[in-house]
Design a protein around this ligand. Structure first.
Ligand code: SF4
Ligand code: SF4
Length: 322
């Protein structure tokens, strides 16, 4: 049963990160983006009735001109499903305007704020002077509005030393922090850069995460993942893609994971009803390939971590029932 739906609302972005090319992307065919009708049909799907959460991402999802209406539709048809999204904090005014509009309908999404470290490193790597201050301002304003926020720090070779200071900042601001590991694929190989960690860097990351993981479920998940991932040359795991998670791109294409690999495209919700897609032969075939680990070893670190976390939760639940 699907538990987590991830939707990329648009690939466009208003940041200038040194680590990702998406801000260079220009949407040439905005008419091809999913319409509100497409979203409404999706949220009405029977196979999503027990969904735990929908996560909206991008690009920068708040730039989608229908963003507020998309969330309204999600809440209307899936009232029990938690809604969350990520933002880079480049336009706090826009985010706050959207949040205030949603609050009028009692919609309070959780918001992930992308952080690369303290001010100097954050602004340098995000390519926007003043972004750090804007991000903290946004966090403060969202907290005033009772919106649950958390920082999301992606670990690159250039910000390893920022892990502990960022954690301390998050503690000071009473905001949880999640840590992800950068991945080496098209998305992050901006200008051909490869993000490789030396042995010493890996040790440093593990030590830093160990130090701050006590009593922090999200950080513990990162620590356990990184420790295992760095140790094994070819890392194999029980992937939850298509079992519990699924991704939809801005044009309606359905994928198992955020690798958005063309070879693993399931179908498109513009052409086929979502429930039909879930029951299709193609879906079942891909699900079986994933279960057999045919697409591994893979480099989609967020997905690996998410799967490990979910599988641990399942094991714990089983143990408690016994
Ligand atoms: S990392 Fe995020 S904020 Fe930065 S350019 Fe890419 S999509 Fe935009
Ligand atoms: S194993 Fe990797 S490539 Fe295959 S579905 Fe899972 S995350 Fe995607």
């Amino acid at each position: 049963m699907l538990k987590y739906l991830n939707i990329v609302t648009n690939w466009t972005c208003n940041s200038c990160c040194t680590t990702c090319f998406l801000w260079k992307f220009i949407e040439k065919n905005p008419e091809k983006l999913l319409s509100l009708k497409n979203y409404e049909n999706l949220f009405k799907s029977k196979s999503l009735k027990k969904l735990a959460s929908i996560y909206f991402t991008g690009g920068e999802p708040t730039l989608n001109k229908n963003f507020v209406n998309i969330l309204k539709l999600a809440k209307k048809h899936l009232p029990k499903t938690a809604l969350s999204y990520t933002t880079n904090g480049v336009s706090p005014k826009l985010t706050l305007k959207q949040i205030d509009e949603l609050a009028k309908l009692n919609i309070y999404p959780h918001i992930s704020l992308s952080l690369n470290g303290l001010e100097k490193i954050h602004d340098q790597s995000r390519g926007i002077k003043g972004n750090f201050k804007r991000l903290l301002y946004l966090n403060k304003e969202l907290q005033k509005r009772n919106i649950k926020t958390f920082f999301n720090l992606t670990i690159f070779p250039f910000n390893i030393e920022q892990i502990i200071p960022s954690y301390n900042l998050a503690e000071k601001l009473q905001t949880p922090i999640n840590l992800e590991l950068c991945r080496n694929d098209k998305r992050y190989n901006f200008q051909g850069k490869k993000y490789l960690f030396t042995k010493k860097a890996k040790q440093k990351i593990i030590a830093s995460l160990k130090k701050i993981s006590k009593n922090h479920e999200m950080i513990l998940a990162s620590y356990l993942f990184v420790k295992k991932y760095f140790k094994e040359k070819n890392f194999y795991f029980d992937c939850i893609a298509l079992k519990k998670t699924i991704y939809i791109d801005p044009y309606g294409a359905v994928f198992p994971c955020d690798g958005f690999l063309k070879s693993m495209k399931v179908s498109n919700i513009k052409r086929k009803n979502f429930d039909e897609i879930i029951g299709s032969r193609r879906f079942k075939k891909l699900k079986s390939l994933i279960e057999k680990k045919r697409c591994q070893p893979c480099k989609f670190t967020c997905e690996i971590k998410m799967s490990m976390k979910e599988n641990r939760r399942k094991k714990r639940k089983k143990f408690l029932i016994w």
